[in-house]
Design a protein around this ligand. Structure first.
Ligand code: ATP
Length: 217
């Protein structure tokens, strides 16, 4: 069964780094769909300046021309703190026990996984698929991670074909050229009145300007 990908993030704002990560993973892991799930009240960060519904609106604009990309607003609409583990429990309930689910993330996010709420249970509900730069594998960096995360990684590492044959439990790595773009870079550039053209879809850039986002008060 073709896996469904889940890409969570603050998306403050969404940019081509996120979109290329999703598109490359869709192709390499044979994902039937990717759900973009903007964080509501992010447990790991301060509240962003922009509202959750504005971040969500920007994701909607960014993915409009890719039918395999879907906006899932459950965390934005949730009034309390939403953790990834709870989102996965809900998705597992809705999609059934046999549907492969892949939690997608960049290598930087994976190396912080041990700081996530109930992180050791995530693999009971989904696979984890990590994008890393070609020539720069997680294997080299995992040695600096805490022992528990290292153990998880070494025990669960799997090939891509495992992802469609099992519902959850594997950690796969995919070599993905990383675009040196971050949401922080975009926010800073807007604040400094510098161009953000070609860093994110033009529809998202227009939304930022129309709503005067990221400009100093
Ligand atoms: P910020 O600069 O505000 O920290 P960000 O650009 O890193 O934000 P997030 O919303 O925190 O974006 O990231 C969501 C996911 O996208 C994470 O798994 C992260 O690793 C991945 N990601 C972010 N930027 C890139 C990029 N340029 N290339 C590949 N993956 C990325």
């Amino acid at each position: 069964m073709k896996p469904i990908g889940i890409l969570g993030g603050t998306f403050d704002p969404i940019h081509y780094g996120h979109l290329r990560l999703a598109e490359e993973m869709r192709e390499l892991a044979g994902l039937q769909q990717i759900r973009f799930i903007p964080a509501g009240n992010p447990p790991h960060r301060e509240m962003p300046q922009v509202t959750a519904s504005q971040r969500s609106a920007m994701v909607r604009l960014a993915i409009a021309d890719q039918p395999a990309f879907v906006l899932d607003e459950r965390e934005v609409k949730c009034n309390k703190k939403c953790f990834t583990i709870n989102t996965l429990i809900e998705l597992r309930d809705e999609l059934g026990d046999t549907q492969p689910l892949c939690l997608l993330m960049g290598g930087d996010a994976f190396l912080q996984l041990h700081t996530w709420h109930q992180w050791e249970q995530l693999l009971d509900l989904a696979h984890i698929v990590v994008g890393y730069r070609p020539g720069y594998t997680l294997e080299e960096r995992i040695h600096s991670a805490p022992a528990k995360l290292r153990e998880h990684y070494l025990q669960r590492l799997c090939a891509v074909d495992y992802l469609s044959r099992h519902a959850a439990g594997g950690i796969a790595e995919l070599a993905i050229p990383k675009l040196e773009i971050s949401a922080t870079m975009i926010r800073n550039r807007v604040a400094e009145n510098r161009t953000i053209r070609y860093l994110l879809p033009v529809t998202v850039a227009n939304y930022i300007y129309q709503h005067h986002l990221y400009t100093p008060c």
